[in-house]
Design a protein around this ligand. Structure first.
Ligand SMILES: Cc1cc2nc3c(=O)[nH]c(=O)nc-3n(C[C@H](O)[C@H](O)[C@H](O)COP(=O)(O)OP(=O)(O)OC[C@H]3O[C@@H](n4cnc5c(N)ncnc54)[C@H](O)[C@@H]3O)c2cc1C
Length: 421
């Protein structure tokens, strides 16, 4: 699975780390498939609870979305808290809010394991239209009154305190959000997991999960692993191992660039917040520790990447920041965002196989929590796991061949609506 899309700023500035090697017939309490945030967090939390754990990663730690994302830590889920309450009622909204907004398990892990990953606080949601700003203000007001969750409503006139772009009609600055170097966070989690006793095995693909006389079997390139529990955290690739689970997500390609370090970087984003705007195909951007602008924009509904990723993303950056329209771009990369029908993650358990996938572009923060809740459920307390596992989900229509084209049609419709205002 060689990947031309993984030539990223993150890969170029990653901490050095390599996993061990294993072979033959192996036996563990837990086998985790996938070395992204979900799998690493679950593996670490399982080991902390006394389980023996092996984690198998087909390529290398952070190879998937976890090592390529925009690094934006945005509290919550893809639905607003008020939407969740309207749909699921007060009690479930309370439980979801406690888990997904209040607890920041990423910051807790970074602090506990001293993970060096350029963590910064502050996230700005920027309004593309006055109508979007109105909706944001109402939501901020609801969050404050209902949950005591404070954020700053930023009027259009005050936006220059956060962003040097004339495009936006206001925004919400959330001090609980932030940004980080996602690949170094993943590697830090891997180091912490290994220190806790997890056997991590890179370059090792899992093909199948089977029932055996001794529990579950995981067949990989070089081993047969027996385990009491399996955690499938292979996200966009989940359908290759569990075809039925693969029906619940489609992969949408998304692209990022990193400019050269910019002399005037602090003028572009004076509060150093990560920013995401309210377009359907959103622009999202932030500064790296060495003052590059990392900018994500433009989705492609084809699985084929653009020939020149920098040329594909640059117009979006130039629209937001005309002052750096011609800045040199050092890196361009992309990855698949696993998206569910309703944009809520699909989390659950089938027998002794646990899974969590389809975070729909909103997984940098909540995947660490999801992994921990899987470990908690495995250890016998499923109440908090069930809060996420009870979120509704249904497979995309269309079967193996029509699923992607039908989902694409739907997404194109919303992207077009966005463009037409
Ligand atoms: C370009 C991009 C930008 C994004 N930006 C943001 C953002 O700014 N903020 C945000 O909140 N979210 C963002 N996301 C989403 C976020 O990155 C994901 O939700 C999150 O990283 C998912 O983590 P995961 O561990 O579940 O999956 P992944 O990180 O994809 O991990 C799955 C792992 O499983 C491995 N694997 C697959 N098949 C096998 C197999 N058969 N055997 C062994 N291993 C296997 C893969 O190699 C991979 O490493 C973005 C995603 C992308 C692609």
């Amino acid at each position: 699975m060689s990947d031309p899309l993984n030539n990223s700023y993150y890969a170029a500035t990653a901490q050095k780390w390599q996993s061990g090697e294993f072979a033959g017939d192996l036996s563990f309490d837990v086998a985790v498939i996938g070395g992204g945030f979900t799998g690493l967090s679950a593996a670490l939390a399982c080991a902390e609870r006394g389980f023996s754990v092996i984690l198998i990663e087909r390529e290398h730690i952070g190879f998937g979305a976890s090592g390529r994302n925009g690094g934006q830590l945005i509290p919550g889920l893809r639905w607003s808290a008020s939407e969740l309450e309207a749909e699921f009622g007060r009690d479930r909204a309370d439980a979801l809010f406690d888990l997904c907004w209040r607890g920041n398990r990423v910051a807790a892990r970074i602090a506990k394991h001293s993970i060096d990953c350029d963590l910064k606080s502050g996230h700005l949601e920027a309004a593309w239209t006055p109508k979007d700003f109105g909706a944001m203000r109402r939501e901020a007001d609801y969050l404050a009154k209902r949950f005591g969750y404070e954020s700053d409503v930023v009027a259009k006139a005050d936006m220059p305190n956060h962003i040097a772009s004339p495009l936006y009609h206001g925004g919400i600055y959330d001090p609980h959000g932030g940004h980080f170097h996602p690949l170094n966070y993943a590697i830090g989690l891997a180091q912490a997991a290994e220190a806790a006793g997890v056997c991590i095995w890179e370059d090792q693909r899992a093909y199948e999960v089977t029932d055996t006389a001794d529990g579950l079997g995981v067949i990989t390139d070089c081993a047969h692993i027996t385990a009491r529990y399996v955690i499938d955290a292979s996200d966009s690739w989940i359908g290759q191992i569990e075809p039925d689970l693969g029906r619940y997500t489609v992969p949408i390609m998304n692209y990022n660039i990193a400019t050269v370090p910019l002399a005037g970087a602090d003028e572009l984003l004076p509060s150093d917040a990560a920013v995401a705007d309210s377009r359907f195909v959103l622009n999202y951007f932030r500064l790296s520790a060495d003052k590059r602008l990392i900018f994500g924009g433009g989705e492609r509904y084809s699985q084929t990447p653009p020939r020149d990723i920098a040329a594909f993303v640059r117009p979006f950056m130039a629209q937001v920041f005309p002052q750096i329209a011609d800045a040199r771009i050092d890196y361009g990369w992309g990855g698949a965002v696993a998206v569910t029908m309703n944009r809520l993650p699909h989390i659950g358990r089938r027998g002794n196989v646990f899974f969590a996938h389809g975070f729909s572009g909103h997984g940098a923060l909540v995947t660490t929590l999801a992994g921990e809740l899987i470990a908690e459920a495995m250890a016998g307390t499923a109440e908090r796991f069930d809060v996420l596992a009870n979120l509704p989900s249904r497979p995309f229509p269309g079967g193996k061949w029509l699923r992607q084209p039908l989902a694409t049609l739907g997404l194109l419709y919303y992207a077009l609506k966005d463009r037409l205002g």
